[in-house]
Design a protein around this ligand. Structure first.
Ligand code: ATP
Length: 367
């Protein structure tokens, strides 16, 4: 079994900077877990502590049930794939993949077997005699993964392995890594700042900011049930729209309103929103939950706000409308047949069953 746990893990660098503030995390055996967050949030530090490349200031890390705080990296039964691949330029692909095993004094026939097996899994059998500089970025990336596979580790750690590849190759490698995870039945902890990578590959996403874990959940829950404004805005492209508004009560109903906008809140949210009546809140809605009224199914006036269109971006399968609703900029992802043009004022229909409301002080999601 190769589960990894972090209990109250803190990292303070020698200069006094606290990069990780008491991280708690459980990675199950064979799980694909992605540490996701903006630059500087502490994800690489966390990964390096798991690898043993960085000392832990406080807390406990276990791998396979064993506390590894004081275990050397080479004895942790993990393999790490770095962003820059760190291949030896003077060695062939074969030698690069065999190197770690040679150091461990594994018998030659066994090394040969493992390298060829890994090469087959990754589709690089025909590249074994080449040097790294004779490879494309994607091929180098595969070699770096191959070097990890031959070690047959308990846990794979990936540090932004796709960031040096172009967009098309990244998409392709994403699918390959996912397939690989399935074939290897391995535990993977993967660091990225790319939320699409996280959403497409992870069983579980760990969202970090400023050294703090904000939410841990599967892609579905972090997308549809973000715990706070940061997570809501970080996951999803284009980002969730945030509109400053007030919760009000009128005719026995609750509304989200601001000057020029008044939207009916569905009853299912009344209980949670009652304490906010009369208060300022941040109202959140994703671009795909706002429709051009012309293409909305049975639009009701209570769900419509007027938007002044700034820019229209046709993307083929959908069109992005950048608009302002009483001073707040929003983006709506609408039907590509929209006739909206810059300068128009159009009716935008909000799917009020998909909204979020954030407390203005704590930024917590109150729904
Ligand atoms: P990126 O996506 O840019 O790699 P990250 O989320 O992986 O970011 P870390 O590399 O873990 O972030 O760094 C977290 C914080 O710790 C940053 O503010 C960084 O400047 C700081 N930091 C990293 N290494 C050290 C160090 N050796 N000494 C002091 N501070 C450090």
């Amino acid at each position: 079994m190769a589960e990894v746990t972090l209990k109250d893990v803190v990292k303070v660098y020698p200069n006094g900077f606290k990069a990780v503030h008491g991280a708690n995390l459980e990675v199950k055996d064979k799980e694909f877990v992605v540490l996701l967050g903006p630059s500087g949030c502490g994800k690489t530090t966390t990964l390096r502590m798991i690898a043993g490349l960085e000392e832990i200031t406080e807390g406990t890390i276990t791998i396979g049930g064993k506390v590894v705080n004081d275990v050397e990296p080479k004895d942790r039964d993990i393999a790490m794939v770095f962003q820059n691949y760190a291949l030896y330029p003077h060695m062939t692909v074969y030698e690069n993949m065999a190197f770690g095993l040679k150091l461990r004094k594994i018998p030659k026939p066994e090394i040969d077997k493992r390298v060829k097996e890994a090469a087959k899994i990754l589709g690089i059998e025909n590249l074994l005699d080449r040097k790294p500089k004779q490879l494309s970025g994607g091929q180098r990336q595969r070699v770096a993964v191959g070097r990890a596979i031959v070690r047959d580790p308990k846990v794979f750690l990936f540090d932004e392995p796709l960031s040096n590849l172009d967009a098309k190759l990244r998409t392709q490698m994403r699918a390959e890594l996912k397939r690989l995870h399935k074939n290897l039945q391995a535990t993977i902890i993967y660091v990225t700042h790319d939320q699409v990578e996280a959403m497409t590959m992870a069983d579980k996403i760990v969202i970090m900011k400023d050294g703090v874990i904000h939410q841990i959940g599967d892609p579905y829950s972090v997308y549809f049930e973000p715990v706070n404004k940061f997570v809501a805005g970080f996951i999803g492209t284009p980002s969730m729209n945030f509109i400053s508004a007030k919760v009000s009560q009128e005719d026995g109903k609750l509304w989200i309103h601001k000057e020029g906008m008044k939207l009916l809140i569905p009853e299912k949210y009344y209980e949670k929103l009652k304490p906010y009546v009369g208060k300022d809140v941040i109202f959140g809605i994703r671009p795909e939950n706002i429709y051009d009224k012309m293409f909305a199914v049975s639009p009701r006036d209570e769900f419509v706000a007027k938007g002044k269109v700034d820019v229209v971006e046709p993307l083929g399968s959908e069109t992005l409308i950048h608009a302002t609703i009483s001073g707040d900029d929003i983006i709506a992802k609408v039907d590509p047949k929209t006739r909206a043009q810059a300068g128009d004022t159009i009716d935008l229909v909000f799917d009020m069953s998909m909204v979020h409301v954030f407390d203005i002080e704590t930024e917590k999601n109150v729904l």
